[in-house]
Write a protein that binds this ligand. Structure first.
Ligand code: ADP
Length: 638
């Protein structure tokens, strides 16, 4: 194939622009990224060499600075790339959401660049922070295809051409910008490798030209990383600093981890694990394609994959780290891993450990745990919904806001239950869009009069997960907008007497309203729920809540129309007035209007938008006219 010039995908161009023009000062990371790519490439070919021994070689990464020419070369004898792979890997970014993320980055300043590089896996492009021009020469291991030479100045295009190398692997030649010549210095290269790439298990060799005594010069090579697999060392010999460094090396995050978990499992499954909980959730963790689990699998120190689907459940995809098994077979194919019973055992063990460490954090360091929950609570909730086996333990890890606590202060179900007064029989929660809206919900009136605390659920996912938690430690979790409250005998009989009496007194009115609103509601009744508002809507015990209906609507999903119960407050003067009007003239057309208004009001307090807002406002206007006329009449008759 001949030389061709190709344009970068738009996203790549934008990214390059950001990288090149960023004022980000830590340019050192370009070397970390290229070394990480080289190590990945070696891991891949080493894995292939398990079944194709012809590919075996003395694995190594070389760094060769050339001062006179102002270039630095980073090469590996890894898997290499075919021309098509090269175009696909280096010319495009396949992740969705990239464009939006780039746009948001452009608005912010360049301090997010390193996170961008780490999160996106766009490490290669970081080399353009220091390069005027990059040449990449690569040959795919085990392929008949010729080597390819890729060249770019980081502008809008790059060229690819055939080349003649026969060795497989990749070498990247960077023509350093005039102000980046520091990367030609041995000490600088050593410093960066020590800091970021010390744990890479393949030797990183620095090839430098040394002047001899007789003034002649000769290249020397020196391995500059310790290659120590930190996870295999005893925990008490590892310093905090080393743990942090390894985390940086694994995650490419600039921030320190929130927590590390380092242990070895023995018994049914033998492995060493070093896991990290990050401090902040990366932006793309919620995107469906982010299924690359953050834990690298090794078998007897040989890297197998950083994407082993069954190793951790999806909801723990934020966990980073390494698992090194000593009893899985080395010659297992990646495709077979997921169904391997050994992986399944490791999975169970890891999940149990992670959950217990989180529980520990919740109990011992609440501030840290809160910060974890603010960022990763969603994943725990996902777990409650999806991990049936660990549901109860995960439920213990949940935190919520509650009406008795100031905004931002979170309580666990245990804490809530521990504070329940003797006459409270259920754990109450209310769900909706915002705390401000929920605090005013008419559903809370009676419960507040009893001084019961109420959990506030403002995350749309809360509704889903609550379906999986009907009770906590034997106490029912109860939506304030559903069914009847479980009350102590005395209150209950008082309430019942009152609503029963009201029901009898206003029987004709209830029947009228029910008939009038027949197509919208399934019943009208007096309520023990309200103390101030005139009415509210209540769902059947097993019906989806109004909040759930809203979520479905927002997702454009069909849901059968749910009829609800309209509850009236027996103490509200509106009830008397309506009954009075009804008694005077049951055929008064105003009664029908008022019935509709009552229902619309109930919908509005639930934050549901009205099907016919124009009609509603016309009715309000009519009411105002009546009201004003009334007061004027009062004035005149004075
Ligand atoms: P990431 O490494 O996070 O995927 P990069 O932009 O650094 O992102 O690299 C993109 C892809 O290019 C890699 O996933 C890999 O397939 C390929 N690649 C990069 N460097 C090398 C290399 N030294 N050898 C083989 N393939 C490489």
């Amino acid at each position: 194939m001949s030389e061709e010039t190709r344009k970068y995908q738009t996203e790549v161009q934008e990214l390059l622009n950001l990288v090149i023009h960023s004022l980000y000062s830590n340019k050192d990371i370009f070397l970390r990224e290229l070394i990480a790519n080289a190590a990945d490439a070696i891991d891949k070919v080493r894995f292939e060499s398990l079944t194709n021994p012809a590919l075996k070689a003395e694995w190594q990464i070389k760094i060769e600075p050339d001062k006179p020419r102002g270039i630095i070369k980073i090469s590996d004898n890894g898997i290499g790339m075919t021309r098509n792979e090269l175009i696909e890997n280096i010319g495009t970014i396949a992740k969705s959401g990239t464009r939006e993320y780039l746009a948001s980055l452009k608005k912010n300043d360049s301090k997010d660049i390193p996170e961008l590089i780490g999160q996106f896996g766009v490490g290669f492009y970081s080399a353009f922070m220091v390069a005027d021009k990059i040449e990449l020469l690569t040959k795919r291991a085990g392929s008949e295809e010729k080597a390819t030479l890729w060249t770019s100045k980081g502008e809008s295009s790059y060229t690819v051409d055939d080349a003649d190398t026969t060795e497989h692997g990749t070498s990247i030649t960077i023509h350093l910008k005039p102000d980046c010549k520091i990367y030609l210095e041995d000490w600088k290269i050593q410093e960066i490798v020590k800091k970021y790439s010390d744990f890479i298990e393949h030797p990183i060799k620095l090839i430098s030209v040394k002047k001899k005594k007789d003034e002649s010069s000769a290249p020397e090579d020196e391995v500059i990383n310790s290659q120590k697999a930190i996870w295999l060392r005893p925990a008490n010999e590892i310093t905090e600093e080393e743990y942090k460094q390894f985390y940086g090396h694994l995650s490419h995050f600039e921030t320190d981890p929130l927590l590390h978990i380092h242990y070895s499992a023995e018994g049914t499954s033998e492995f060493r694990a070093l896991l990290y909980i990050p401090t902040k959730a990366p932006f793309d963790l919620l995107m469906p394609e982010h299924h690359k689990v953050g834990v690298h699998l090794y078998i007897k120190r040989v890297f197998i994959t950083d994407n082993c689907p069954g190793l951790l459940p999806d909801y723990l995809r934020f966990v980073k780290g390494v698992v090194d098994s000593s009893d899985l077979p080395l010659n297992i194919s990646r495709e077979m891993l997921q169904d391997n019973p050994g992986i399944h055992k490791i999975n169970k063990n890891l999940v149990r450990k992670i959950i217990s460490e989180l529980k520990n954090l919740l109990e011992k360091d609440r501030e840290k745990y809160n910060s974890f929950f603010n960022d990763f609570g969603r994943f725990i909730k996902e777990g409650v919904h999806s991990d049936f086996q660990n549901k109860d333990k995960l439920t213990e890890l949940l935190l919520f806001e509650s009406i008795d606590n100031p905004t931002g202060k979170l309580v666990s179900l245990k804490e809530y239950a521990g504070k329940m007064p003797a006459d409270q029989k259920e754990i109450y929660y209310v769900s909706g869009e915002s705390r401000a809206a929920l605090e005013k919900s008419p559903h809370l009136e009676f419960l507040r009069s009893k001084k019961f605390d109420i959990l506030l659920m403002t995350d749309p996912i809360d509704e889903w997960i609550l379906q999986s938690i009907p009770d906590y430690a034997g106490v029912k979790l109860k939506s304030v907008g559903k069914g009847d409250f479980e009350l102590d005998e005395k209150t209950k009989s008082e309430k019942e007497d009152k609503t029963k009496k009201a029901g009898e007194e206003h029987k004709t009115l209830l029947e009228f309203l029910k008939k009038q609103l027949e197509s919208e509601i399934k019943d009208v009744r007096f309520s023990s729920r309200l103390t101030e508002s005139p009415c509210c809507l209540v769902s059947g015990e097993h019906d989806p809540s109004i909040q759930m209906e809203k979520i479905f609507k927002a997702m454009n999903r069909e849901m059968p129309k749910m009829k609800r119960i309209l509850e009236l407050n027996p103490d509200h003067p509106l009830v008397e007035s309506l009954q009075g009007l009804y008694n005077k003239n049951a055929a008064d057309p105003k009664l029908a209007e008022y019935a509709e208004l009552l229902y619309d009001q109930a919908l509005l307090t639930e934050g549901v938008s009205l099907a016919d807002p124009v009609k509603f406002s016309r009715r309000i206007a009519m009411l105002m006219v009546d009201g004003i006329k009334g007061s004027l009449k009062d004035e005149n008759s004075k």
